[in-house]
Design a protein around this ligand. Structure first.
Ligand code: AMP
Ligand code: GLY
Length: 423
């Protein structure tokens, strides 16, 4: 089988390594991939947003199955375009990807169908947003409507910060057109959980839960990033809470999308907060999380490609979706200065994968035989073990074996989860 994966980060590397485990895969392409992914797939220099080129490549190579991993091409309709020329695909169509592409859409969906989420108001002009902020409860959360590389969310601790956030999104267009509408919502508290779920619109099969660490520095300090590390499973996500989420969030969401004529097929990511009033949705993503995927897929015991194909053709009910009882930890190694300003082009030497160690490359390019860093988040170093404490310890041991002088990483990935397990 000829398979192609659209995207080129650590998440795509994790998907590619897992797909490769299927013995029927004869050719595997990454568009565009990166210098590290090149060890596992043939990288083709076609950008993830260049939909006409993606479709032309798929036709030329007679691709049997495509996986579209990042949010941008999904929201732009890459799956629609591939399906239109007869290429089966994993990922939602654009009309379903809007669940991530527009926060206004997802908030209105949750309100209409009674899915628990933070209370909110939508604003289309600066004056009414500012008027609302005069009496809004503080802290408050301001979100740009559209995609903003995970940076379109501001938690304002004071009224002044809230006003500044609204002005920068709506007047200064800090996130471009994404900020022409904003959502202002209630500030929620509680542990966060990421749940990625396969769904074909008929059934939903959640994967093992995980916890992201979004801030750049230890103790959740510093700026928000794409994610500096993950652990799975998330100890706050008990079987009882999982039941509540299935009944009040997962199934109602699938149902709501069907009723709206926007059936979601692919990986639906539920960003949840376990508040004192029960689990609530913080965000939906229309795709696998990054770096959640780097701990979730190493724990998957079923065949990923088989499950993806079943998801795409509506037979997920018959597929086996099984995860091990073990645990995983992924420590992200980023370029010094990320997420603000950083340099690329530093040579790296990486230890080889083993049965319980996986090195996922998020940003790298090849220079002859050398691998050079390229980008902010550069590596995801994952360890799998029977228990979380051992997985965390091993992940950090593996990080020590990486040679990359311009790298930095958090030293407390998993600490909060381990403390929760002690209680
Ligand atoms: P998002 O980009 O939607 O994932 O938001 C980034 C982060 O902002 C989330 O992971 C939460 O930590 C935080 N956040 C978003 N919405 C809220 C909210 N309503 N209350 C508290 N924190 C929030
Ligand atoms: N790790 C958060 C995300 O993928 O959006």
């Amino acid at each position: 089988m000829k398979i192609m994966v659209v995207g080129g980060g650590g998440r795509e590397h994790a998907i590619i390594k897992k797909i490769k485990e299927n013995p029927n895969v004869t050719e595997l392409y990454a568009l565009p991939g990166n210098g590290g992914i090149a060890a596992d797939a043939e990288c083709v220099s076609i950008g993830a947003k260049d939909i006409p080129a993606i479709v032309a490549f798929a036709q030329e190579k007679k691709i049997d199955f495509a996986v579209v991993a990042p949010d941008d091409p999904l929201v732009l309709g890459a799956v629609d375009a591939l399906n239109a020329v007869g290429i089966p695909c994993f990922g939602p169509e654009a009309k379903a990807a809007i669940i991530e592409g527009s926060k206004v859409f997802s908030k209105n969906l949750m309100k209409k169908y009674g899915i628990p989420t933070a209370a909110y108001e939508v604003f289309e002009d600066v004056a009414s947003a500012l008027a609302y902020l005069e009496t809004a409860p503080i802290p408050t959360v301001i979100k740009a409507d559209g995609l903003a590389l995970g940076k379109g969310v501001i938690i304002a601790q004071t009224r002044e910060e809230a006003v500044a956030a609204v002005r920068s999104m709506m007047e200064d267009k800090q996130f471009g057109e994404s900020g022409s509408r904003v959502v202002i919502e209630e500030f929620l508290t509680g542990p966060e959980v990421s749940v990625l779920a396969f769904t074909d619109g008929n059934v939903v099969r959640p994967m093992v839960s995980s916890m992201d660490h979004k801030r750049a520095l230890d103790h959740d300090e510093g700026l928000n990033t794409g994610g500096m590390g993950t652990i799975a499973p998330n100890p706050y996500y008990t079987p009882e809470i999982a039941d509540v989420c299935m009944k009040t969030i997962f199934l109602p969401t699938i149902d709501a999308m069907n009723k709206e004529g926007r059936t979601f097929r692919g990986c639906l990511y539920f960003g949840l907060m376990l508040t004192p009033n029960g689990p609530k949705v913080i965000e939906y993503n229309c795709r696998f999380g990054d770096p959640e995927t780097q701990v979730v897929l190493p724990l998957m015991e079923s065949d990923l490609l088989t499950v993806m194909m079943a998801t795409a053709n509506g037979t997920l009910a018959d597929a086996e979706v099984r995860f091990s009882d073990g645990a995983a930890c992924c420590v992200i190694v980023a370029s010094k200065g990320y997420p603000v300003k950083y340099e690329s082009g530093y040579p790296m030497e990486l230890p080889a994968d083993t049965a319980d160690r996986f090195i996922y490359v998020a940003g790298a390019k090849k220079d002859g035989d050398r691998l050079l860093s390229a980008g902010g988040r550069v590596l995801g170093v994952t360890a799998v073990a029977e228990t979380l404490d051992v997985a965390v310890k091993k992940a950090y041991e593996h990080v020590e074996k990486v040679h990359f002088e311009n790298g930095y990483h958090r030293s407390d990935i998993g600490a909060r989860a381990l403390a929760a397990l002690q209680k």
